[in-house]
Design a protein around this ligand. Structure first.
Ligand SMILES: Nc1ncnc2c1ncn2[C@@H]1O[C@H](COP(=O)(O)OP(=O)(O)OP(=O)(O)O)[C@@H](O)[C@H]1O
Ligand SMILES: [Mg+2]
Length: 307
């Protein structure tokens, strides 16, 4: 479905956030998940993997998004004909220049924006601008300065009306795993950049959605903290085994973390390539980044980006 027409004015409106459940509630939805099959193909164009997993968590077909606004009364095409399937338990990075449509893509997969053309499915269910199936860590961490760290990480559960004491008990069990022990009662201003990111990720994980959308979670971090966070994220991912879509500008980060790297060109955002990363797990940073396979995949991606 495309942008709606206002029946009163006959004017087209921009895609709007889906009605209703507020910021946090807009970022989740769910069902159960089992560790998944992995794609085993190599590089192929337009998101098609050479060998496709039979258990797709997310299936995107012919997705396009056009925004209508005062600046672009004829419409601004942000995404065009995106085709992508993500296997259950797969870790897929989305790479692309600033403004190519990565966050718009996530907003659409999360159900916050209705596709103008094409479809997004999660577990076979059509996501037509209806949120609820994904844990979404947005580009900024959105920690509330007036809530303690504990109250921040459970805010999504509070919005859902879960029992407050039970939510906080669950959160307290996870604080050590997220490197935040002892910071439960402080306010976000007292956290370092890396700690803020871990708190935001913990909030996303606590919603227990089987699909995680992480929009540049480490973009603002220095190189050393970033490397630590990458290693930590892989541990968390292998422990919790969710399907992850991860936006980054960093080619090495994408290759190190992912089963597959999807490069978007644009605007309008289009899939330029979907490159498999056939490197075994668990991955040890120094070993992986000096391997021939890592260098080969990195160069394949850089070739596409520099075209
Ligand atoms: N609600 C909207 N209305 C009109 N245009 C929009 C809207 N949201 C995004 N855009 C435009 O769509 C394009 C893609 O934006 P988007 O935020 O998806 O890019 P991005 O790839 O995430 O960039 P970055 O890497 O800087 O975060 C931009 O040109 C942006 O101005
Ligand atoms: Mg963005």
């Amino acid at each position: 479905m495309g942008p709606e027409r206002d029946p009163g004015s006959g004017e087209r409106r921009s895609p709007q956030p889906a009605p209703g459940r507020g910021l946090e509630a807009g970022s989740e939805l769910g069902s159960s998940v089992e560790a998944g099959e992995k794609h085993a193909g190599r590089v192929s164009a337009n998101g098609a993997s050479a060998e496709r997993s039979s258990a797709h968590k997310v299936e995107i077909e012919g997705l396009g998004v056009t925004f209508y606004s005062h600046r672009h009364s004829d419409g601004f095409e942000a995404l065009r004909n995106i085709n992508l399937s993500v296997g259950d338990g797969e870790f897929v990075s989305i790479l692309g220049r600033s403004g190519c449509g990565k966050s718009t893509f996530f907003n659409t997969v999360a159900g916050l924006i209705e596709p103008t053309t094409g479809t997004v499915r999660c577990d076979g269910e059509l996501i037509g601008g209806q949120p609820g199936h994904a844990g979404y860590m947005m580009q900024r961490d959105h920690l509330f300065p007036w809530r303690s760290v504990r109250d921040n990480v459970v805010v999504g559960l509070d919005v859902l009306g879960e029992n407050k004491r039970a939510s906080r008990r669950r959160a307290d069990e996870l604080f050590p795993r997220f490197g935040l022990s002892g910071f439960e009662d402080v306010y976000p201003e007292a956290l370092s950049g890396g700690m803020r990111q871990r708190a935001a990720l913990m909030r996303t994980m606590l919603l227990e959605r089987p699909l995680l959308l992480l929009d540049e979670p480490f973009g603002a971090l220095d190189a050393i903290t970033r490397a630590e966070m990458q290693a930590w994220l892989l541990e968390i991912w292998s422990e919790f085994r969710r399907t992850v879509l991860f936006i980054t500008h960093d080619v090495e980060e994408a290759v190190f973390l992912s089963d597959r790297v999807v490069v978007l060109g644009g605007p309008p955002g289009e899939v330029l390539v979907s490159a498999e990363v056939p490197i075994e797990r668990p991955r040890e940073y120094a070993e992986v980044v000096t391997s021939d396979e890592f260098t080969r995949v990195k160069h394949e991606i850089l070739d596409v980006i520099s075209r």
